[in-house]
Design a protein. Structure first.
Length: 254
């Protein structure tokens, strides 16, 4: 048991069993008592006790709350405070309504391979997703304007960025788009200006170049193709034009 003047933290060990009563996995839960209010102390405990796979806030605490899967939030639920290092899920969808992800919230969580971030998130803390070499895909819903340069530092599997043509999400992945959307290479090193704003601008520029090439193709066909073929391409060109949107927007505000 870890006691401090700002509250008490204790660890309980439980098990998850199958229908036959066989142990599937051990659950190491960090209990946060009603008096605990020190965010930095929780982060310190998280980093030191990397076997913790679940947070549980005891009823009556005025600062924090916890989800069923063991993620720690502030009391209101709009700030994601911390994910335990030994979190068991491989995919996590941050709840809609969260506006901030605290510094180092998902730092060094080996199991995570995919995270989806809703458009409500406006602030990303330092190194909030850092040092996750197994993280293979991060999706940002339209409306997110800026990601701190350090947020994905050390996520070595992430190499490409593209806009999903169906969801309009910016996708940062270990693979190029399966639907052959235009991709750019990314490198999340703090020395590089590789944030969402720059990524969206680069992707838009790539779309604009494609737009220009389509236009030149139409001009060329005007002299050596039949009118029906020309009209078909112009119609396709106009549809593509509507999807470009304003700078950084891809049809929706970024």
């Amino acid at each position: 048991m870890n006691k401090n003047r700002r509250g008490t933290f204790s660890i309980i060990v439980d098990t998850e069993t199958d229908s036959l009563g066989r142990v599937i996995r051990w659950i190491n839960c960090l209990l946060i008592d009603p008096k605990a209010n020190d965010f930095f102390m929780i982060q310190k405990i998280r980093s030191q006790l990397d076997f913790i796979n679940k947070f549980y806030v005891i009823k009556g605490n005025k600062e924090f709350s916890s989800s069923k899967d063991g993620i720690l939030f502030n009391k209101k639920g709009d700030v994601l405070v911390s994910c335990p290092v030994s979190f068991a899920k491989t995919k996590y969808f941050i709840p809609y309504g969260v506006t901030k992800i605290e510094s180092r919230a998902f730092e060094g969580v080996p199991a995570l391979s995919k995270i989806v971030i809703p458009s409500t998130v406006k602030k990303f803390g330092l190194f909030c997703f850092a040092f996750n070499p197994n993280l293979e895909k991060v999706e940002f819903e339209p409306g997110i304007k800026k990601l701190d340069l350090s947020s994905l530092y050390g996520c070595s599997a992430l190499k490409y960025a593209y806009v999903d043509s169906n969801t309009k999400n910016i996708v940062i992945s270990n693979l190029k788009s399966p639907n052959k959307e235009k991709c750019i290479g990314v490198d999340f090193n703090p020395n590089n200006k590789c944030d969402l704003l720059n990524i969206s601008k680069l992707l838009l520029e790539k779309q604009k170049n494609e737009y220009k090439n389509n236009f030149e193709e139409i001009i060329r066909l005007n002299s050596n193709k039949q009118d029906e073929e020309l009209l078909r391409l112009i119609d396709s060109f106009k549809r593509d034009d509507k999807n470009l949107g304003d700078e950084g927007g891809f049809g929706r505000s970024m």
